[in-house]
Design a protein around this ligand. Sequence first.
Ligand SMILES: Nc1ncnc2c1ncn2[C@@H]1O[C@H](COP(=O)(O)OP(=O)(O)O)[C@@H](O)[C@H]1O
Ligand SMILES: [Mg+2]
Length: 393
Amino acid sequence: MNSGTLPSEAFPAGAPTTSAVVGMIGGGQLARMTHQAAIGLGIELVVLTADGNDPAIRAGARHHPGHPDDIEALIGLAERCDVVTLDHELVPNAHLRALVAAGYAVRPGPEALRLAQDKAFARRALGDAGFAVPAFAEVARGDVAAVDRFAKRCGWPLVLKSSTGGYDGRGVEVIRDQTALQSSALARSADPWLIEEHVPIAHELAVLVARRPSGWWAAYPVIETTQHDGICRELVMPADVPPEVSDRVTALAISIANGLDTTGVLAVEFFVATDGRVLVNELATRPHNSGHATIEATVTSQFENHLRAVLDWPLGDTRLCSPAAAMVNLIGGDEPIDPGRLAVALQEPAVHAHLYGKTFSRGRKLGHLTALASNSADALALARSAARSLVVR
Ligand SMILES: Nc1ncnc2c1ncn2[C@@H]1O[C@H](COP(=O)(O)OP(=O)(O)O)[C@@H](O)[C@H]1O
Ligand SMILES: [Mg+2]
């Protein structure tokens, strides 16, 4: 045998080259980028979605056709896999509890997932556990007197949210006064109403913590995100905030992950208010848009660590491998984006592209660009300029 050559019996003829089979509910861009990470690890990703054109399926992940509301489809997926995880939260929690009761591994578990599925439940649970959250109240739909009482305490404007089903700012509305409440479409559909103080935000931060069922965890450097109309547009990593703020949010995110016993990636969104308060906004128990820059900017991406974590494998290094990174989301808007111009965007060697293979629609996340640089301002300028070069004028 030559030195450096593996003995042929290490890969016996006909043996499967799959290290593990992971089922993912939902086939969007998060599943697509998880599949990308799965390939290198020899993991087969099986995606449950009704739509065979979803981004992950287009990228070659195995398709388990079905709807996340269909318990039979979920059982069929779980039968094929070592562990079931999720790319979105729009799955009945009772179905996941039934899978767990039947002995299948579901990670994150249904209890932790409920905090990402139900904003009012999360506010209560985090508040009860002693974490600072925005002032909030749960109000039956149409109870304008209760809204008035809340506004007397916290002032107008306030923020109205749908507890469940919202994402990318859909299900979140700033309400200036009672008249605006009367004409709000969200007020007509959301039930109950989750109403919150309108926090004067100085920074929106996110901390990702990958955590294994055995309790080992790894936290990523703090990320600062920028939202317009509730949808994430840009982020920089590491966040440009004083070290005491970074240390504080990191410690909070780790204690939330441990306290809730999460598995996989947990993303904790924070508001740093202009009055200095550090408040927990939202939890996501899966890879998250705020972590997309980790693909190039950290030693191990959030997608790879999500897979490792749900399989209870050792976690990869979460440290930055560039001083700074920035990401710009490519979102369907007034100005159409032409993927055919990507070669122009890539003229800058520090820019990396991820297109999700989706058709254009307004407000839809179509891809993202990440740039690495020696500081966050330069990284952001590079990513923005690359994004502009894709726009058709
Ligand atoms: N109480 C609040 N005060 C001020 N801004 C808020 C408040 N709640 C949400 N927002 C803004 O709306 C965005 C989306 O709200 P969020 O609750 O995170 O819902 P989503 O599930 O759509 O991400 C936040 O990132 C933030 O910019
Ligand atoms: Mg959010």
